[in-house]
Design a protein around this ligand. Structure first.
Ligand SMILES: [Ca+2]
Ligand SMILES: [Ca+2]
Length: 143
């Protein structure tokens, strides 16, 4: 009887330890995920954009296909968003290029513009009435 009681207590202790272990692992997983989001420099993962690049995604929240990954060479450099994979589809952008980026709603840097400052992230271009509008872009010294 005595050993049975001890075994029950052991099971409770083991159960408690297992639960504590789960909590710690979850905490570590969250920490690792946050660190990864901050330090990833490949510019491929959804929601990330490497230093020196301008990135654009088809969905809000930097999701869906990443149609634009551009590393402008300097002020005045231009970029043509692909007519099939990108034109009139970009909904979120991150500008880590070191320049202002002027988006145009027509090919060849024509039409109406939206200038996105260096270091700016726009979760949903609809905020600026620019959802699914960008067709080309140009690096500028400032917005
Ligand atoms: Ca879109
Ligand atoms: Ca285009």
């Amino acid at each position: 009887m005595g050993s049975e009681k001890i075994n029950t207590m052991k099971r409770r202790l083991v159960s408690g330890a297992a639960m504590a272990g789960v909590a710690v692992v979850a905490g570590l997983a969250l920490t690792a995920g946050s660190a990864q989001a901050e330090t990833t420099d490949v510019g491929v993962m959804a929601g990330t954009c490497a230093s020196g690049y301008v990135c654009g995604w088809e969905d809000d929240g930097y999701g869906g296909d990443k149609w634009m990954t551009w590393n402008p060479s300097g002020v005045g450099d231009t970029y043509e968003i692909d007519g099939w994979d990108g034109d009139n589809e970009i909904t979120s952008v991150i500008n880590n290029s070191g320049h202002g980026i002027k988006f145009y709603d027509q090919d060849g840097q024509a039409g109406s513009t939206l200038c996105v400052g260096d270091g700016v992230r726009i979760n949903n271009l609809q905020t600026y009435a620019w959802n699914d509008r960008a067709e080309s872009a140009k690096a500028v010294s400032s917005c």
